[in-house]
Ligand binder design. Structure first.
Ligand code: HDD
Length: 749
């Protein structure tokens, strides 16, 4: 028979190598005993479980200690180096063949510097490209009865990162365009990251995610000319929404004042979809998420929004940054509307899976479950705000999804988009995206792999890595996919019948508005449709408005110079929801901007007092004068050249500045010499614009003259008084209502 093949393993081979051939005592030497070395593949007992396998945990975006050395490497070192750490002598001249010669290919520093620069830009987000972010902390109030989510436990603090955005514009577009705003929150919870990826409007244009490319293609700039930027006022948008009438409710929100927020700090946020929550006992409810801003919901007026687009396109970004840096931390309460988890998934006849519908707060009050404070601006915009990646599938135990077809489709889209945008599947290792909970996944390799994974067995089951990691149960806070019954039904491309109602809630919203807000809506539709070229599109949208409300339709038709069509179906019989109106309540004025016009000749003592009083009230005073630098001892923040009313919430007039003789071009000789008491026209513009935008105005002493010359003295919301601080008290009271609503024409009741 064939002799057994003798295979020498590496250990034996190594042993042979060191064998002294002349010594019979050495194993393997002629005449010595056979070797007793172990076979290396002999199974060994499992090793004790490891805590974790060293998945990405070295740094956290909030700087939480992870025990690993800091890897931040920006501009803090003593010497300039290459990316490999070689110190550089010169970074201003390329290496050339003589001072007038060509650049040498061997200039590694030149090539490294330029190559890196050439690749500094990454693709912008396909939607929500324009945005800004901030870090903060969320504190739970306790909601154990409805969800086991640990971050909602009473007193539990969780770090967060929030990104606000517009939807349509490119990265460099203006902040104050008419659009929906994104409100995306990343909670770095102990049980994994939870992303609440919402908007400042509670409904969406489409009911099924498969329509998303259609609505976005229609709303983005025209493919031939690539205009208009960041606008819905164009043919393709109105073509789509007038044909695809489930968009009409969301469109109504965009045409309302909600489409032009005053500040990110003054926006509500909505999770939009209905989620399924589960408590420790396994009981479920359906719920909708709401963010309620401490400062109330407030908007710009349309003319302001347009002016700011030119004067300060970064208005919202600046506002958020300045407020946080000034210590006026923006705050929201997280609230839940809770519904019984019934097989129909409806509440008060409203289909909870239809993302074009709200449940009025009067029917299901919003129950507060926690508080969010934004208290830190990002260190680096690109690293944090640009690279943050949200995803609805980032859920924690206690929060699960429903079958809302928009939500289901989104669950696919958000990882997929990051593959292109962030260059591969490892985007969760980017510092701002790193979970704060220990990560122990078996995802390996790929572009931009930052982790140095130890262990040899990234698979389950295994024996080589001691069998770990192990799966968790309820006691170890494992995520639970709620075992809801999936109805036995045929595969079908269709919606439930209840999704066919496209108009009743658009009407509900319209009827819930105050007369002033309705007037703004009429003007917004008239503006937007007035920017369309195609008559057929305007007429089709008017037919939609007729079904929502005949008065709305008639007023917009008049503005367009078109006949108002008859409704194709009678307007729905709906009850208004007063909670939707922004008018009629009072709110804190924290962080509001108060402009104070001063000149060297009038009541600088009063200005000192009122400036301190504005600070003491938690607001920001901006002194506005003819020139920069100082007036007396007072520092000037804005001049008549750089200051414009649109950045102010209220205007105080302490002085009556007249133009310096050489400040303006000489008047027409025939008009004679300028009136020596005529106030600088730029100050009159400040007053008139503030008045037109319904802002509180106050004046004392010489400032009263300015009111008279501007033609606004004695009108609503214009207060005068004996002293600066007395006037401020009245002005602040007016500011609590956000606008002097009486100044708006309100013909629609
Ligand atoms: Fe979306 C970004 C909100 C529907 C596909 N979405 C994005 C952002 C917000 C929303 C706030 C910006 C996140 C950030 O700041 O990085 N999106 C919504 C809401 C929706 C919605 C409230 C409806 C209720 N989205 C929606 C659908 C789809 C997408 C139906 C696709 C089928 N959304 C995306 C995206 C984006 C995105 C393409 C672009 C950048 C990104 O995801 O990370 O995947």
């Amino acid at each position: 028979s064939k002799p057994a093949k003798v295979v020498k393993n590496v250990v034996e081979a190594a042993a042979e190598k060191v064998t002294d051939p002349v010594s019979p005592d050495v194993p393997g030497a002629p005449g010595s005993a056979p070797p007793t070395l172990a076979e290396p593949t002999t199974p060994h007992d499992p090793l004790p479980p490891k805590k974790e396998q060293g998945a990405p945990q070295t740094r956290t975006p909030t700087g939480a200690a992870t025990g690993a050395p800091s890897t931040a490497n920006g501009q803090q070192g003593e010497f300039l180096t290459t990316s490999q750490g070689a110190r550089l002598r010169d970074t201003d001249h390329s290496l050339k063949a003589g001072p007038r010669g060509p650049i040498l290919l061997q200039d590694h520093h030149f090539r490294e510097k330029i190559t890196h620069f050439d690749h500094e830009r990454i693709p912008e987000r396909v939607v929500h490209a324009r945005g800004t972010g901030a870090h903060g902390v969320f504190t739970g109030y306790g909601a154990e009865e409805i969800t086991r989510a640990g971050f909602l436990r009473k007193g539990k603090e969780t770090p967060v990162f929030v990104r606000f955005s517009t939807v349509l514009g490119s990265r460099g577009s203006a902040d104050t365009v008419r659009d929906t705003r994104g409100f995306a929150t990343k909670f770095y919870t102990d049980e994994g990251t939870f992303d609440l990826v919402g908007n400042n409007m509670p409904v969406f244009f489409i009911q099924d995610a498969i329509k998303f490319p259609d609505i976005i293609h229609a709303a983005k700039p025209h493919p031939d000319r690539e205009i208009p930027q960041a606008q819905s006022a164009h043919d393709t948008f109105w073509d789509f929404v007038s044909l695809h009438t489930e968009a009409q409710h969301h469109t109504m929100w965009n045409m309302s004042d909600r489409g032009v927020p005053r500040s990110f700090r003054m926006m509500e946020g909505f999770g939009v979809h209905t989620f399924r929550l589960v408590n420790a006992a396994g009981e479920t409810v359906l719920a909708k998420f709401h963010w309620k801003p401490k400062l109330g919901v407030h908007s710009l007026v349309w003319e302001e929004a347009q002016l700011i687009g030119g004067i300060d396109p970064d208005f919202h970004r600046r506002d958020l940054y300045d407020a946080i840096e000034a210590g006026a931390y923006p705050e929201w309460e997280l609230g839940l509307q809770v519904f019984p988890d019934t097989p129909e998934e409806t509440f008060a006849g409203i289909d909870l899976l239809d993302p074009t519908k709200i449940v009025p707060e009067e029917l299901a009050p919003v129950q507060p479950v926690g508080r969010l404070v934004l208290n830190r601006t990002p260190t680096n915009f690109f690293a944090e705000t640009e690279q943050v990646a949200f995803h609805l599938g980032h859920l924690v135990p206690g929060i699960d999804v429903t079958n809302d077809p928009l939500l289901q489709g989104r669950l696919f889209s958000y990882v997929d988009t990051q593959l292109t945008r962030l260059g591969g599947p490892n985007f969760s290792q980017i510092p701002v995206n790193r979970p704060h909970a220990p990560v122990n996944d078996m995802l390996r390799d790929g572009f931009h792999q930052d982790a140095v994974h130890a262990g040899v067995a990234p698979y389950r089951p295994n024996s080589l890595d001691g069998g770990n990691p192990f799966t968790a149960g309820d006691a170890e806070h494992a995520f639970l996919d709620v075992p809801v019954t999936v109805t036995e039904a045929p595969k079908i491309r269709a919606n439930p019948v209840s999704f066919d109602d496209h108009f009743s809630q658009a009407r509900l919203f319209w009827l819930s508005m105050s007369p002033t807000e309705r007037e703004h809506i009429i003007r917004a539709y008239t503006f937007e449709l007035g920017k369309c070229y195609h008559q057929a599109i305007k007429e089709r949208q008017l037919r939609c408005l007729a079904t929502i409300d005949p008065v709305l339709c008639a007023r917009v038709a008049t503005g367009l110079g078109l006949p108002a069509p008859e409704p194709t179906e009678p307007p729905a019989d709906v009850r208004p929801s007063p909670a939707l109106s922004q008018v009629g309540r009072e709110w804190p004025t924290d962080g509001r901007m108060v402009g104070i016009v001063i000149d060297a000749d009038h009541d600088l003592d009063g200005v000192v007092a009122v400036r301190s009083a504005v600070f003491a009230a938690g607001m920001v005073p901006l002194l506005i004068a003819a020139h920069g630098g100082k007036v007396g001892e007072l520092p000037v923040q804005r001049t008549f050249a750089t200051g414009r009313s649109v950045e102010l919430d209220a205007l105080l007039l302490a002085g009556a500045p007249v133009p310096a003789p050489d400040a303006l071009p000489a008047r027409d000789a025939k008009a004679g010499a300028a009136d020596a008491t005529a106030v600088d026209p730029r100050v009159l513009l400040l007053v008139q614009e503030s008045w037109r935008h319904a802002k509180a105005i106050g004046a004392w002493g010489a400032g009263v003259t300015v009111l008279e010359q501007a033609g606004v003295a004695g009108t609503p919301g214009v207060v005068t008084g004996g002293s600066a601080t007395e006037v401020l008290t009245d002005v602040q009271r007016l500011m609590a209502r956000h606008r002097v609503w009486e100044r708006f024409p309100a013909s629609v009741s």
